[in-house]
Ligand binder design. Structure first.
Ligand code: M6P
Ligand code: ZN
Length: 192
């Protein structure tokens, strides 16, 4: 590093909108079509407009995936909506390296962070602007938007955490967040 030289970071974060700008930023979108078998009512999902966006992720990944000691940063925007009575939500994942944790924090909107340990115990935390969430190691995590505006949150996780989606695809979460009488309500995995 040249002594005394002050440079500008290539990435910036608009802290009011959560929007990342600069380069390199990875962008991904999850549309209705991408979320087969994620929601309880697969038949309902299959009949929705397949091109509609459920959530998008922007991520700054300054290290090669798998590098130990590095960190990743992301902004996730979950649109308001439901599939049947189940709120729009992220796919959810365990970390491939189960011993790694993660921070989430709310930027705007109203949501629920759903957490599940390896014994399938589920708990949840309210997400809103300024809420800070520590996701323990060995804990699957998923976020649902329970409001009528986009839910925006930031995340910071280790670059060697990885994503294990298979465990959730195969066994799901032990509870699902549905709207009942206008309010969020957890349905046990065996309930309709
Ligand atoms: C956060 C982070 C990312 C994750 C994203 C969407 O930004 O946890 O690692 O990819 O949310 O969640 P998912 O991958 O479960 O769809
Ligand atoms: Zn994670």
């Amino acid at each position: 590093m040249e002594k005394g030289k002050i440079t500008i970071s290539p990435i910036s974060l608009d802290i009011t909108s959560g929007q990342l700008s600069g380069s390199p930023i990875m962008q991904s979108c999850r549309k209705i079509a991408d979320l087969k078998d994620v929601f309880k009512d697969e038949n309902f999902r299959s009949q929705m407009v397949q091109d509609d966006l459920v959530y998008s992720v922007q991520a700054y990944l300054p290290e090669e995936e798998g590098t130990s000691g590095g960190l990743y940063f992301g902004t996730t925007i979950i649109h308001p909506g439901k599939i049947g009575d189940e709120y729009f939500m992220t796919r959810g994942h365990f970390h491939a390296r189960r011993e790694t944790g993660e921070f989430y924090w709310g930027i705007k909107g109203s949501g629920i962070l759903i957490l599940m340990d390896e014994k399938r115990n589920v708990r949840a935390e309210e997400m809103k602007q300024g809420s800070l969430h520590y996701i323990n190691h060995c804990t699957a995590h998923r976020v649902a938007n329970i409001g009528s505006e986009p839910l925006v949150f930031n995340a910071c996780w280790p670059s060697d955490a990885g994503h294990d989606y298979d465990e959730i695809s195969n066994n799901g979460f032990a509870a699902r967040l549905v709207e009942k009488e206008g309010k969020p309500f957890f349905l046990d995995e065996n309930e309709g």
